[in-house]
Design a protein around this ligand. Structure first.
Ligand code: SF4
Length: 364
């Protein structure tokens, strides 16, 4: 049965070479398979036409190309964002969101940009208080195949080629580090999915050891840090990770990343009404420039599902657009790093940042 066969999606080039050899073929067959699976994204082993019919039969006895199953697909009337709900083999569910450029700024940056936001875990243990995924609890890490499977399946439903990948869906990528990095190797390989690592962003709430590991390993992928405030007390209240690694430690790891990779770090800042929008916040943000070469993305908070008994339910409010504009303008005038105002794409289908959570009745 297909179920018990090894899924080829998720295997690295080296693993495919080893597989070919273990089945009595030359190692280079693994390279050919790698290209068929990821670059050409064939749906069956029979489509691998430069591999002999005899070896294809052997492969079919032991392996299969098993895509992720789409459980639900929603398209936003508002901006064309597409949200996918995938069912995994153990019946857990995850989400990915395909986001076209949605505002003038993004269109000016790159008209053909099509970004896929992917999940790295089912649920998330980091428990950020404003995040819908955090309310789900943690189930498990995704395999490399489940991470790559999101890209392959979303591409089949995309209006054009996916140009950018962001690990900002469900889960904290740094807590599934090896599988995330192995998936980046496949996505970023020209013979694989072929999206340049410069167009792949890994987002973290601040696991500093992993940030440093990523820098030490010379990863070409970009790093985004969800900072949201530079005030330790507030950050600890809304992001428990801050108890483990405070703001100074986090900024130090960002500096380390810059020194090693010479890549600017992007700080993500969800803007909450009445929480991180004061004069003092502006002052603290201005000081970032002396600390680490960076870019700042401001994202307006939007309402999410939080359980009735959440002690933070009333803490998080959406900003009014004038206050948001004033804040962004001040930062643009006073900071010497780029400040972007990001829209909340897919807001009508719960597909925006911090909204990816499989509803309780949908998770299994
Ligand atoms: S914001 Fe990211 S790290 Fe925090 S709970 Fe949500 S998914 Fe996890």
């Amino acid at each position: 049965m297909t179920q018990s066969k090894q899924n080829l999606i998720g295997l690295s080039k080296q693993q495919l070479r080893e597989l070919a050899v273990s089945l009595g073929e030359k190692a280079f067959r693994g390279d050919q398979m790698f290209r068929w699976i990821y670059h050409d994204q064939v749906q069956s082993i029979d489509e691998m036409t430069n591999i002999s019919a005899a070896f294809r039969e052997v492969l079919k006895q032991h392996t299969a190309i098993t895509p992720l199953t789409i459980d639900k697909k929603q398209v936003s009337d508002h901006d064309g964002t597409i949200k996918f709900l995938f069912a995994l083999d153990d019946e857990l569910k995850i989400e990915s969101v395909l986001i076209p450029p949605s505002d003038v700024q993004e269109i000016a940056e790159d008209m053909r940009r099509l970004t896929l936001c992917i999940s790295s875990q089912v649920g998330c243990p980091a428990d950020c208080k404003f995040c819908a995924t955090g309310t789900m609890g943690f189930y498990r890490n995704l395999t490399v195949g489940e991470i790559i499977g999101q890209v392959i399946e979303a591409q089949r439903h995309a209006p054009r080629r996916i140009s950018n990948i962001v690990y900002m869906g469900m889960g904290e990528p740094m807590l599934n580090y090896d599988n995330v990095m192995n998936s980046i190797d496949i996505i970023g390989d020209d013979e694989g999915i072929g999206i340049s690592p410069r167009r792949i962003t890994v987002s973290t709430v601040g696991y500093v050891k992993k940030i440093k590991q990523m820098a030490d390993e010379g990863s070409k992928a970009k790093l985004a840090i969800s900072i949201h405030t530079l005030d330790d007390e507030l950050r600890t209240r809304i992001m428990p990770i801050n108890r483990k690694h405070n703001v100074e430690e986090l900024l130090e790891s960002a500096r380390y990343y810059w020194r090693k990779t010479r890549q600017r770090v992007t700080f993500e800042y969800i803007f909450f009404d009445g929480l991180n929008d004061t004069e003092r916040d502006i002052k603290m943000l201005k000081k970032l420039s002396g600390k680490v070469p960076c870019k700042l993305n401001i994202i307006p908070f939007h309402p999410i599902y939080l359980p009735e008994n959440s002690e933070m339910k009333d803490t998080f409010r959406s900003p009014d657009s004038e206050a948001l504009q004033r804040f962004v303008e001040r930062l643009r005038n006073e900071c010497d790093f780029p400040v972007m105002l990001r829209s909340s794409s897919g807001i009508d289908i719960d597909g925006a940042c911090g909204q990816l959570a499989v509803k309780e009745d949908e998770v299994v």
